[in-house]
Design a protein around this ligand. Sequence first.
Ligand code: HEM
Length: 458
Amino acid sequence: MVKETVTDSLPTASFSETLSFLFKVMAPNIAKGVIVRRPGVVHFAERWALDKRSVKQVQAFSNKYGKGPLLFKTPFKPMALVLDPDDANRVMEETPEPFATAETAKQSALSHFEPDMALISHGKARKERRRLNDDVLQSGCPMHSFSAHFTQVAEEEVDALLKTVYHHNHQLDWPLFFDAWNRIVRRVVLGDAVRDDYSLTQELIQLRKAANWGFMHPKRKRLRQKFHDRLAHYVEQAEPNSLAAKLSDYAPQGQAKPLDQIPQWLFAFEPAGMATFRALALLCAHPAQNELAQKEVDKNPQPQPDNPFLKACVLEALRLWPTTPLILRETTERTCWSQGEMPTNTTLLIHAPYFHRDDRLLDVANRFAPNIWLDPEQLKHWPLLPFSGGPGICPGRHIVLLVTSAVLASLMKSHQYSLDPPDRLKGDEPMPALLSNFHLCFRVKHTDSPSNQTDSAL
Ligand code: HEM
């Protein structure tokens, strides 16, 4: 889409700047694992604040080149880094034409386990697949029609988890949490009968490990077929109150490929678990916000699907530590920008941590400030993109916030948490550039008499 009659070419990075970009911005994200995280590398990145360096690098580009986008001439294909908030919003809004979601690198990774998923499709196929996702996940609706059931699933699984925690020296670590989390995910997506199908999750993890390598790893066709057949079996059985049940009610159109959308739902729930664990850590490190959260929990005798403050805490965990740090688009035609033209087939990169943590423009950039999510007007024009935005926005976002906040509410019902060690995250210091969920551990204490303060400070 040609917006202005500009004929100059966009600012282009020098060779040494291109190397800095590849080493400081791209390499750490690729090494951490784009499709499934590698805990050892995440730990290393946290220890050496690699994500802080990447934000600083993008800020340096913006200080030098202004609005950008900044072009990089790489050996593979042209890449452009979005530097200006308005441009980031434009790219989101003008998806999928001329900014396609089906970007080449993303396609080569995701096609390992979901080759016909909406995100890596284009044209008519994308339209039909996106519509299917919107309908089944009820993307436009903050409360999915199965909200009550999903909340109950969260509560039951957290109860079972806490019983295990008692036999585990009252310590809650990532492996324990992740097992419980996956049981919730399987029940929400496929139904109660799939609760204990641990190997289904393991098969998907194996496929995702191959996907981390993109085109450099051969496709695991037999494993994918096995995984796909298992999904087909579960969808045929379509357990009530599951997303699979909604899917089987749906009358698919020509290229919608219903079954091929499910791996994304299972896979994308994993970062939601990471955000939940990080939100719990944030609350431990911030007593004032913890008190507000506890009041929200104590208002109801049972966990509820509607937890605005807890949802804001999860969103804030996703702002501070976005689980999709690089949002990729590919131009389908020549596009014009205030500083020049961009060729067709350019990969556009939106580096979420740069926009989320830009301390030049956002005063709360490095603080835990859940309140910013309670007044969306405040940040209307600022690109906070944990779920991307525009027509390509994550259609699962409301379900994510529902399940994550229900899990937090269930955890906090009659239980108090503290970080182990206590100085793992310090509320009076700027929030670190990365917080490894894999290396978080909590001490759990039962509180016999929950706070009986009823007046809400929210
Ligand atoms: C914390 C958890 C999650 C985060 C942060 C997240 C974030 C995102 C982001 C940033 C995108 C856009 C990616 C891009 O443009 O390249 C996306 C797409 C998508 N997400 Fe999520 N997501 C989460 C969980 C989920 C869940 C649980 C589901 C399903 C139940 C889901 C379903 C989808 C689908 C179907 C798309 C593709 C949309 C399209 O093709 O237009 N996501 N998500």
